[in-house]
Design a protein around this ligand. Structure first.
Ligand code: HEM
Length: 164
């Protein structure tokens, strides 16, 4: 165990806390609370978009740092393709990486749904109630997928840590 390893793990852990903790807070605290408010659906959606954009400022860098430090953590393993396939540690690492790729895709779609022009259409009330509902449903489902994948990735991290 070297200081360098500890620092890399620490950065990986802090970034994981920001990414997973932040998205769970939005999903489990902000979003249910907002539903109890008597403002219009459009206003609530606009507010959540603002929250999301603000969160992205720390969430996306955290995700990038997670991937960078994660690759650094696994470089010794990634250089040995035979071990990657033949050991359970290697297999869990592969599953973890696949889940991370799925997470990036789900998050990219989640963010893309709420492009600037879509936000402008909501603000200028160019969308029908039906369109807003559909948009909201898509955003919610992808947000949920993001959270489920993040928590599943933590389980893979636990399996790796247990040396399973
Ligand atoms: C959303 C993305 C990620 C999250 C939330 C996450 C979370 C975690 C957590 C909580 C740990 C436990 C720290 C420890 O006990 O060492 C960990 C360890 C680790 N992570 Fe990640 N990670 C992510 C992405 C990645 C990626 C992309 C890779 C590889 C390319 C990776 C490779 C590793 C490795 C090798 C360990 C050390 C496991 C061990 O103890 O042997 N992680 N990760």
């Amino acid at each position: 165990m070297t200081m360098e390893q500890a620092i890399i793990t620490w950065i990986h852990l802090v970034s994981a806390a920001i990414w997973v903790g932040g998205s769970l807070f939005i999903g489990a605290v902000m979003s249910p609370l907002l539903k109890t408010m008597s403002t219009s659906l459009e206003e609530r959606l606009q507010f959540m978009i603002k929250v999301g954009r603000r969160f992205n400022k720390i969430a996306i860098p955290s995700l990038i740092v997670l991937i960078g430090t994660g690759i650094y953590n696994s470089i010794a393993f990634l250089n040995k393709p035979d071990l990657l396939l033949s050991s359970s540690y290697g297999n869990f690492l592969i599953v973890k990486i696949i889940l991370v790729v799925a997470l990036i895709l789900a998050y990219a779609v989640h963010v893309r749904i709420i492009r600037k022009d879509v936000e402008e259409k909501i603000i200028s009330k160019q969308l029908s109630d039906n369109q807003i509902q559909k948009l909201r449903k898509k955003i919610i489902i992808l947000g949920e997928v993001t959270i489920v994948l993040s928590v599943a990735i933590l389980f893979m991290a636990a399996l790796l840590d247990a040396g399973a």
